[in-house]
Design a protein around this ligand. Structure first.
Ligand SMILES: C[S@@+](CC[C@H](N)C(=O)[O-])C[C@H]1O[C@@H](n2cnc3c(N)ncnc32)[C@H](O)[C@@H]1O
Length: 257
């Protein structure tokens, strides 16, 4: 299977509309897991997301849970279509994706005003990086993140275990010592299609095989919680069976890069 579909043409708007127009079981569990991951802190500091795509949902959930915005956001993705969706939302461009359902759910769940929440996200210093995360991070991003997230990214960017491990090692590369980590994965995904005939790769992950892969990627957790998430009924795609969340904090000793 080709490992590099035309990712630069990732169908960002289609993806947002398909997966983030409503909050069902999956999105609720995903955002609750992201929110739980930052429970130990009162400030987000520098937030880094790898393979963030066009979706701000995990960041919204973290800001809703802490009620503070990050000082800086480092947003990494290979697809310019994704970076443009994020940029349009930040600039409040006419036609930017409407997160109304997500923001309303967060308002209800966390008793936080959704306009304030959006304002805190928009108020951070944003650093958009178009990067191929098969490659190591540029040196200026090493150790940058106080909070590092990655959601539905590496397991949908490769079907190869070694490449997954390599991409995942960049999460550790972006993290400061003791950083909080929030990871979400599609559970037992098979290769899948989105808008057209492009077949996207997938690595089949579950609660059992994920932890050894994270360890192989050099992520040394002081605490790690791995849990299974639900699946919508009906599922958004026929080729997976739920989600897996891995949240925790890294040890304070920095591994050698
Ligand atoms: C399934 S989407 C996940 C988007 C988002 N994180 C979310 O929570 O919905 C996978 C993302 O990984 C990005 N991606 C795939 N391969 C990549 C690579 N080699 N380097 C950087 N980003 C990549 C795609 O552009 C896409 O935005």
């Amino acid at each position: 299977m080709p490992d590099s579909p035309p990712l630069r043409r990732f169908p960002a708007r289609y993806y947002l509309e398909k997966y983030y127009t409503n909050v069902g079981l999956e999105n609720a569990a995903f955002m609750r897991a992201a929110a739980r991951s930052v429970r130990p802190v009162e400030r987000l500091g520098v937030f880094a997301e790898l393979g963030g795509g066009p979706s701000l949902c995990a960041l919204f959930a973290m800001v809703a849970a802490t009620r503070v915005g990050p000082t800086r956001v480092v947003w990494m993705d290979v697809a310019s279509s994704c970076l443009k969706e994020v940029d349009d939302w930040l600039r409040m461009e006419a036609g930017a994706f409407d997160y109304a359902a997500v923001l309303q759910w967060l308002e209800d769940e966390f008793d936080v005003d959704r306009s304030e929440l959006a304002g805190r996200v928009r108020g951070a210093e944003w650093d958009m990086r178009r990067l191929d995360l098969h490659r190591p991070l540029p040196a200026d991003l090493w150790g940058v993140g106080d909070v590092v997230g990655s959601h539905f990214f590496a397991e949908s960017a490769t079907g190869d275990e070694e490449r997954f491990v390599e991409m995942t090692s960049h999460i550790g590369q972006a993290a400061s010592p003791g950083a909080l980590i929030a990871l979400s994965y599609i559970r037992r995904s098979r290769p899948y299609r989105l808008q057209d005939d492009t077949l996207y790769p997938a690595l089949s992950l579950d609660e059992d095989n994920l932890q050894p892969l994270l360890a192989r990627a050099g992520l040394k957790f002081a605490e790690l919680r791995v849990e299974r998430g639900p699946i919508d009924d009906p599922p958004a795609r026929p080729d997976y069976d739920g989600m897996v969340f891995a949240t925790g904090s890294l040890r304070r000793t920095k591994r050698s890069l």
